[in-house]
Ligand binder design. Sequence first.
Ligand SMILES: [Zn+2]
Length: 247
Amino acid sequence: MSNLLLKLTDRIYYLPFSQETDRPNLAYIRGDRYSLMIDAGNSADHANLFLSQLKDLSLPYPDYVAITHWHWDHTFGIHAIAAKSIAGRLTNEQLKVVANWLWDEESMTHRLATGEDIEFCDTCIRKEYPDRKEIKVTTADIIFDHRLNLDLGGVTCEFLHIGGPHSDDSVAIYVPEEQILFLGDSACGDHYHNQGRYDMDKLLHFIDFIKATDFHTCVEGHDTAISKEQLLQYMEEELSNLKENLT
Ligand SMILES: [Zn+2]
């Protein structure tokens, strides 16, 4: 089978998302000294698929794995990756909560009733894990508050806690030398508190952040990489839809 990684630049690759069990894009940045994985995948299987693709291309095993936000599909693979994990404080606080969740029928049904979890994730978790005893949720090793810079050697990463319309804990990862921005799901609406819709203030803030950041390509959690112009066009459309619905 040919390699599944897509190459964005000489230093940056990603394993494309897959809709079947809601696996997000997993990305890789190769520095001269260290390399970084972005998001940990929704299971050990997902993380291992990514790691095997790196090995195929003789790319070094990641030294660090950065988490964009707490949602299961981005974090349940942490335990399977022998790298130091990096997360914002809000993400890590929520991971502490999810680490205590039980996965029997009664507990899962109860979380849907209380709104702690949502139908879509519940369905995808059942598909990804035929045996839910395999679910292991762990917290991160390195925690930051607002921003953190990481020098990988010849390329740097800026971890920026931006919050935004998808989840308050969202972190964007900016790679200035390569002009690439990793957004996790931060450009999406909020499925946990707002039925997937956008909050006006958060959307406006997010658009300001995108305009003020100097990049040519962005990688979202569940989409193919697009240009800054394409992202802005999409966000402006969402903004005008939201305004229409309010009037
Ligand atoms: Zn998400």
